[in-house]
Design a protein. Structure first.
Length: 169
């Protein structure tokens, strides 16, 4: 999912869909509430998000339609889980800050014949709080190591990207 420019990113961060997706992060307070007290979950989410319950329920249906969540039957229990697409969508909104002056740095030299992958890679880096230090060197203070590795694999650009954890000296 693309978030566009930063102002659009901030709007999406507060969207009903993102509020609902956060509830599917395992063991989070919202996740436990959804599993054991769904009515209380929607009441609380309605207060926190300032969205009406109908909007939140519609966001949940939309998340399922877009294959961001899936329903599983496990031992006669219905469990809703985030899919890889759902995790990728909500990830920028739940990433932890790296300690101190630590930064995550991505350096890449993606060939011209892979311009589409390069453009998508840059767009996602921007969405995930990365700032451009040079044309193909990006930094963030958020821990997106696993997300970036998954994105690199998904775009099949592993031969052209390096990922570093570094500190400002």
């Amino acid at each position: 999912m693309s978030y566009g420019h930063n102002s659009n990113y901030r709007q999406r961060e507060k969207s009903a869909l993102v509020f609902v997706l956060k509830a599917f992060i395992p063991y989070s307070e919202a996740n436990v509430m959804l599993a054991f007290k769904p009515n209380k979950f929607f009441n609380e989410l309605e207060k926190i998000s300032r969205y009406k319950r109908a909007t939140l329920e519609a966001a949940m249906r939309e998340a399922q339609r877009q294959k961001m969540i899936k329903l599983q039957e496990i031992r006669d229990e219905r469990i809703i889980r985030l899919t890889a697409r759902g995790r990728r969508t909500v990830r920028p909104f739940v990433a932890k800050k790296l300690p101190g002056d630590t930064r995550l740095m991505v350096s890449f030299d993606i060939p011209e014949d892979m311009a589409v992958q390069r453009a998508k890679f840059r767009r996602v880096l921007k969405d995930w709080h990365f700032k451009q230090a040079q044309k193909s060197v990006w930094l963030t203070s958020y821990d997106h190591k696993q997300s970036v590795k998954e994105l690199i694999g998904e775009l099949d650009i592993a031969n052209f990207v390096q990922l570093y954890e570094c500190a400002i000296i």
